[in-house]
Ligand binder design. Sequence first.
Ligand SMILES: [Zn+2]
Ligand SMILES: [Zn+2]
Length: 319
Amino acid sequence: MRFPVAVAIALCFALPATAHEADLSLDTATQLLSAANIVSAPKVVDCTLSEGAETSCIQFAVKPEPANHAAGPWCPSNISDGADQGGIWLKDGAVLEADGAFFTILADLYDDDEWQLSDPATGAINVTSSAEACAAAARPDVDPAYNNYCVQCLTDYVDPDLVITYTIPLVPVAASRTSPINFGGAGVATNGIKLDGPAPVDAILDAYTIAPFDDCGGHVNLHVGYHFHAVRNCLEVSDLALDALVVGIAMDGYLITENALGLYDLDACNGHIGESYHYHTGADGSNQILGCLTAQTGCAVEGEGGVFDATQTSRPPRP
Ligand SMILES: [Zn+2]
Ligand SMILES: [Zn+2]
C-alpha cells in the first residue's frame, strides 16, 4: 500500500514477532530504557518503515509518566510565587523562568497589551484547573474562554491506562529524504518519555496562553501524556562510546546524545557522523530536540500491541 509522502511518514505496520536471536541492539535498548515506566518490555518485531522498508524493529510499550523524576510544576498560582512553583518558558532560544513575576511582564515581553494573565487586585494567575479546561485550552483552536490563561494539564488528568507503543528500527534504513518530526515525535528518552517535535509556541501565544514546561522540559497533554520539548538534566545517561552520553533513541533508530554545545558541525537534523551517525539534542531553549530525522522512521502510537497503521497517528500536532 502506498501513501503520498506527506502522510507516509507515520506508516508503520508492526506484526507479531517472528523468532529473532536477541542481539546487542535489543540488549542496548533494554539497558537504555531501564529507567522507563515499561508496560511491555522491548522485543524484536517485523515492521514496515516510513518509506516502505521491511525490516526488524524494537517494540516496547511505556506509560507516559516519568518514573525517575517529578512531573511539574508548570503554572504558579500567584504573581508572588517563586521559581520553584512554576516551570519554564522558551523565547528566542532562551529559557525563561515561568515564576510568578514572569506572568506580570508578558505585555512587555510580547509587546501587546492584550496580555493580562493575573488579577491586578489579588495577583492570582488564571490557571486551567480541570481536565476539561486543559483540553479546551490546549487544543489547536483554543477555546476563547481560556485566552489569558496559564495552561497546564496535570498527570492526574491522563487516562491511567494510557500507554504509548514505540516501534523503532533496530538498524537504521536510509531514506530518500529527511523526515520532519511528525506526530510520533523525535524519539524516546531513556526514561521512556516522548522526545517531541517543537511545541506550537506561536499558536499558544496567539491565544494569549502560556503552556509552560517543567524544569525538566516536559508537560502533559491528554493524548500522549507527559512529553518533552527540551532535554535538560533529568535523564539517566549511558556511555556508548560516542562523543557524548546517550539520552534517548530516535524514531529512525539512531541514538540521541546530549547537547554538543556547538562543538560539532551538525546537519539540519542535529546529527553527525562521529564514531557512527548519531544526534545531539538541541539547546534547552531551542524548542527543537531534533531538527528532523535522517533515516526511515518507525512509529509511536497510543495503545498496546496489535497492528498499527498511519491512520492512527495522523492527527494534528498538539501543545
Ligand atoms: Zn556527536
Ligand atoms: Zn507539548
